[in-house]
Design a protein around this ligand. Structure first.
Ligand code: NCD
Length: 343
């Protein structure tokens, strides 16, 4: 089963571009595949098997915006499946410096690889690249690993949303979650692309309560609010726009902390008001979880790390497994992944 579709039901070749292209049915399938892959990952013979699956494929990691986790986890996911990825992390070392257009650069990658994983500062480059490559004789797959919108503001990070929902499901044990959960998003919600993609995916579930807690000027953008409002009635969603962290702490099952995205412009606010420390933990439910896409820059005190509710390090590793499953499916290897070998 592969449910790759993008925008208005129009079938596209295999691309991962927006959170909205996935439905709950696909997520259930993907997480089942992720769990199987984790089983394979437990033994040498399992890993050897996985590494034979896509050893005939090539991938490009085109990351001209900074990245640690997303880059490394995609790289590790490629290695897990036997793909040895190429990488460009700096436009200054590519022909873009000589004046080549970014579109020509992407077309050039497609001559050598079967998959392009992309995080670029060029507005909507992943979408235009997917359209462009679909018109060519090598319509290789694009994965959006963090995009910027036409307004220059961060746009989507769909694979982060996939690993975030996986982490929520694992934490609460059950394919039904995040249905019925209260989720607090805290920080720079205007420019955090992780929260945009995650909120879009979450809005497919029923009875979800959203608390968006941000300083003035950094609240969610209107387009996201409109999208959530449009699903409000159908899925019985509740959406609250707030600015007091202490008020939401006792209410949430999932607290999703984020940093201020300073690279898109300085914004001054009292960071302490949107930060989590040991004292705040006292206010939270005992069975809640704390997530963060990382990196953190002061809004999440290291003293929180030892609390059993802290899920962000596990969230990182989950990302590697979910991305391995995603690539396996995208590249047609999922049907070769059955029950893991005995350890
Ligand atoms: C990134 C961050 O916040 O820098 N984090 C992540 O990918 N886990 C997300 C981003 O670049 O927007």
């Amino acid at each position: 089963m592969s449910l790759w579709k993008w925008e208005k039901g129009r079938e596209m070749t295999n691309h991962v571009l927006r959170a909205n292209q996935f439905d709950k049915e696909f997520l259930a399938y993907l997480y089942d595949l992720t769990n199987k892959i984790r089983g394979f990952g437990k033994t040498k013979s399992g890993i050897d098997y996985l590494q034979g699956l896509l050893s005939h494929k090539q991938a490009m990691l085109y990351f001209t915006q900074p990245s640690t986790r997303t880059f490394l986890s995609f790289q590790a996911a490629c290695h897990m499946l036997g793909i040895r990825p190429n990488e460009i992390r700096d436009r200054d070392t590519s022909s873009e410096l000589k004046g080549e257009s970014v579109e020509d650069s992407v077309r050039t990658f497609s001559s050598y690889v079967d998959l392009i994983i992309m995080r670029s500062e060029h507005p909507e480059l992943c979408y235009s690249s997917a359209e462009m490559l679909d018109q060519t004789r090598r319509p290789v797959s694009i994965i959006n690993a963090g995009s910027v919108g036409v307004d220059g503001i961060p746009d989507e990070h769909p694979t982060q949303a996939l690993l975030d929902i996986y982490t929520i499901q694992k934490s609460f044990g059950g394919a039904e979650s995040p249905s019925g959960k209260s989720i607090g998003f805290v920080g720079d919600l205007k420019r955090g692309r992780t929260i945009r993609s995650l909120a879009i995916l979450l809005s497919q579930y029923r009875d979800v309560k959203f608390y968006f807690c941000a300083p003035k000027g950094l609240q969610i953008k209107d387009d996201l609010k409109e999208l959530l409002d449009a699903r409000k009635e159908e899925n019985n969603l509740e959406i609250s726009i707030v600015d007091n962290l202490n008020e939401i702490l006792p209410k949430v099952d999932v607290l999703y902390m984020t940093r201020c995205q300073m690279e898109y412009g300085e914004v001054h606010y009292k960071q302490k008001d949107f930060s989590l420390d040991k004292e705040c933990l006292e206010l939270m439910k005992k069975d809640s979880i704390i997530m963060h896409p990382l990196p953190r820059t002061g809004e999440l005190a290291p003293e929180v790390d030892t609390d059993p509710r802290a899920m962000y390090w596990r969230q990182e590793r989950n990302g590697m497994w979910v991305r391995t499953a995603l690539i396996a499916d995208l590249m047609g290897a999922a049907s070769l992944i059955g029950q893991p070998p005995e350890s």
